[in-house]
Design a binder for this molecule. Sequence first.
Ligand SMILES: CSC[C@@H](O)[C@@H](O)C(=O)COP(=O)(O)O
Length: 344
Amino acid sequence: MKINNDKTIFWNYDKNCIEFVEQTLLPVQYNIIECDRVERLAKAIKRLEVRGAPALGVAGAFGIALSCLEHDDCNMEAFFKLVSDDAKYLKSTRPTAVNLSWGITRVLDKIKSSGTLKEARETALMEAEAVAREDEAMCHSIGNYGAEYLPDKCTVLTHCNAGALACYTWGTALGVIRSAVKAGKDVSVISCETRPLNQGSRLTAWELSRDNIPVKTITDSTAAFLMKKGEIDAVIVGADRITPDAVFNKIGTYMHAVCARYHNIPFYVAAPYSTFDATGKESDIIIEERDREELAFCGNKQLMPKSVPAINYAFDPTPMELVTAIFTEKGVLKPPFTKDFPIA
Ligand SMILES: CSC[C@@H](O)[C@@H](O)C(=O)COP(=O)(O)O
């Protein structure tokens, strides 16, 4: 498998389009997709070809740059209307991950005062690049803060993929692990497979094994037993949205947090300020529900009787009282988290 880039999503200046790693094909195939239409980007986000909160922020930002290129042959008023329609459409593709709408709004706000199409296009692309570069710096900073919290030798359990593939590069939860390893710590990882789309067994295991960081995959339901056996020293996960009362992350995260508390294991969250939603409330947040087919089939193999419906939530909220600390790019937040709640 030839890997020619360590970035998950980036702008191709020769072809004036977005390129991204197609994550549904991993770990079997590593393909980079060229995307020059907003419609294609929306499909990629819905299908999880591009996924993970910070990567969605970058995708949304570049999506507006793409939208600015798509619309010409119109006056500025019509142009802004078309771009903000695209923005609304892109935001609707995944409602829970706040970074997507954050990245889109940031670029949209920046182009508002542009007087010409050319100015709007250049501004949009510059701002989207800034979002991407800042994401890289933030991940390294989160990693450095979080690494301090890991013992010199430890086993960390993680859920889903909060790695380089979920960001521009490096990762949040996996960024902490990478930074700890870089600092000389001996870290092994237990990667929960993360049913139904297996971001843990497909993506986290792939990323870490490429970096020669010891990783083993378990079924999600094995986590509590390993905790009971004393084989997990800490849990670290990423987040899709953090409100003052809950951390929203991949379905199953809540279960790990409850089990970690029962077994006295620290439960850490690693996320940038762009994932915080200071005005949100757990009960008001829309939890994305996905197709029955994701549960009912594994490839072509049918796993459920045709007549049985599925409940397929993509995320769950973990109450703040179960969170030991949150690693951000500006430092480590500890309970009570409502004090100085971050605003992006
Ligand atoms: C740094 S990524 C944090 C989260 O986005 C990640 O843990 C997660 O839940 C991703 O879900 P996904 O549905 O694969 O986009």
